[in-house]
Write a protein that binds this ligand. Structure first.
Ligand code: B16
Ligand code: MG
Length: 217
């Protein structure tokens, strides 16, 4: 059966969580809310709107809808100023290796990210041309763990969802892949991503034999 490989972006291809952290921390502190790295962890894979709602809940603050929109725009401007400094060196270890193997085996590859900034980020790290389809936060209305982003990616690739393999670093993203009936590969800690079909610390742990097995099974 024809297979399709779908990659999450933040935490899988690049580590932009550190930039989200700096931008959210500035916003939260400006509202008198403390914001820790642990709280930032809980925003991985979560949409921008939902992230701000969570921060406000943690800080027990409420905003008018104008203030909310204004702060979201400011956070994104800050975040984009960090993104602007990115280059190829920020691609996580062995991501190029895995993409090259899949290309050599003529496997279709898609991006499935919650980020509305996915395309500019891929452009900065020079990977835009490596994906046959890109589905990001601009294309979907339902956030992970809803499988919309991955199901849309499988449709664009022309591959049955059940024949797709998803690489994800977030709890909600692994859940979304599982709900879609896709093979889920967690990138990160077994403790956090134990509900994935497979878990690897990072792409350096993924061999060509393993990828061949996924392609041929
Ligand atoms: P943006 P992913 C997610 O990307 C991030 O993990 C999450 O922290 C962020 O809030 C979300 O994108 C939205 O990002 O503000 O750029 O639209 O992991 O799904 O690639
Ligand atoms: Mg992610």
């Amino acid at each position: 059966m024809k297979k399709g490989f779908i990659f999450d972006l933040d935490g899988v291809i690049v580590d932009t969580a550190k930039y989200h952290f700096l931008a959210w921390k500035k916003l939260a502190n400006g509202l008198g809310i403390d914001f820790t790295e642990e709280e930032n962890e809980q925003l991985k894979g979560v949409s921008r709107v939902r992230s701000l709602q969570k921060i406000l809940t943690w800080g027990n603050k409420s905003l008018s809808s104008e203030e909310f929109t204004d702060l979201m725009a400011k956070k994104n401007d800050d975040y984009l100023s960090y993104i602007d400094t990115m280059d190829e060196s920020e691609v996580l270890p062995d991501v190029h290796k895995v993409l090259d193997i899949l290309k050599r085996h003529k496997q279709p590859v898609a991006l499935g990210s919650a980020s509305k900034n996915a395309k500019p980020i891929l452009e900065k790290v020079n990977l835009l041309q490596d994906f046959n389809a890109i589905v990001d936060g601009n294309d979907v209305s339902r956030a992970k763990p809803d499988p919309e982003v991955f199901v849309t990616a499988s449709r664009l690739l022309g591959v049955d969802p059940k024949a797709c393999i998803v690489f994800e670093d977030s709890v909600a993203g692994v859940e979304a892949a599982n709900i879609a009936g896709m093979v889920s590969i967690g990138i990160g800690s077994e403790k956090v991503l134990g509900h994935a079909d497979y878990v690897f610390k990072d792409f350096t742990q993924i061999s060509e034999d393993f990828l061949n097995q996924l392609i041929n099974e």
